[in-house]
Each structure stands twice: as C-alpha cells, then as structure tokens.
Ligand binder design. Sequence first.
Ligand code: SAM
Length: 176
Amino acid sequence: MQESEVVILRIGHRPERDQRVTTHVGLTARALGAKGMYIAAADKGVVSSIEDVVSRWGGAFFCQDTVKWRSCLRDWKAAGGIVVHLTMYGLNLPDVIGDIKIHKKILVIVGAEKVPGEMYGLADYNVAVTSQPHSEISSLALFLDHYFSGQEFRNEFPGARIRIIPSGKGKQTEEL
Ligand code: SAM
C-alpha cells in the first residue's frame, strides 16, 4: 500500500507575532504524522526551532521557509497531490474525511490572519473542523487524527537522541 505523504503549507505568517504559533503548527504536524511544513514567509527562527526538535527527537520532518504559496500549490498538484484548506467556512470534517482518505498525497493549508479569497477556489477541499472559529493548531491536530484514524499514536521517530519512557507518574526519559 502507498504510504501517505501529508505536508503543511502555512500562509499569512507574520514573523513579528506568529513565531510561536507557527512553530507549534510544525511540531503538531510532526508529532501527528505529517512529513514536513512549508512556510510562505521568511523566518529562519521557526525553521531552526523545528530542526532542533527533529535532531533530538528523531524522524525526517522537514521545514522550509520563503516558499511562494501559489507555485507551491501548482507544483503539488502537478505532482499528483491534492490540496486541503482548513477553514471554518468549509464542509464539516466528518462529512468529507472519507473522500479525502482515498488520497495519499495531501497539502494541508493553514492560515494565520485573513486567507486570500482565491485559496477557496484553488483548494480541492475546504474543510471545517466545526463551523466555529478556533485555531490552526487545533484544527490541524484534529484533521491529522481523523485522516490517520488514530494510527499516528503508533508512529516511530528513527534517529532520535532522546525518547520518553511513558509513565503513569513522573518523567522518565532515555538517552539513545
Ligand atoms: N480570520 C481568519 C480568516 O477569516 O481567514 C482566520 C484566522 S484563524 C485564527 C487561523 C487559521 O486557523 C485559519 O486560517 C484556519 O486555517 C484555522 N482555523 C480556525 N478555525 C478553524 C475551523 N473551525 N476549522 C478549520 N480551520 C480553522
């Protein structure tokens, strides 16, 4: 069976105020099974924070900034992928996730401030994680969990230098 390739495209990132949220978008994506994140803005600080986590905690997650979002979408589609735009104005997640699961190569768009109107037409699916306003981090987490059907909890992160030994009480880690 073909392995899924889910990559995030973060648009509207403002380096002076979105660094923390964009970093958390990337960490959430990595932890829940995505392969990488493109940022449609220049921000080496976010890239190096994510790369630092990858070098310690393993896996092959990539983070690339200064991406032009229109050409990113065009190249993704030309390579056979589909585009899912997370927006509260879209169709509700449980109603479309069955159709989306058929696809294995998915670019997930999350915004920061107002998303350009043309995005709604360019996306193959505009998906709402409820029709209420909340956050790109929560909407991405729920989308990935539905897409991977909970299997992302079993993912391994090869090359890690540290790992957590799950514990009911306290904190246990192991240096590898
Ligand atoms: N006000 C902005 C707009 O109208 O586009 C949205 C700002 S919101 C804080 C930032 C991002 O969170 C959105 O671009 C979207 O990707 C995501 N988001 C927020 N609520 C959502 C929801 N209910 N469903 C899906 N995505 C959501």
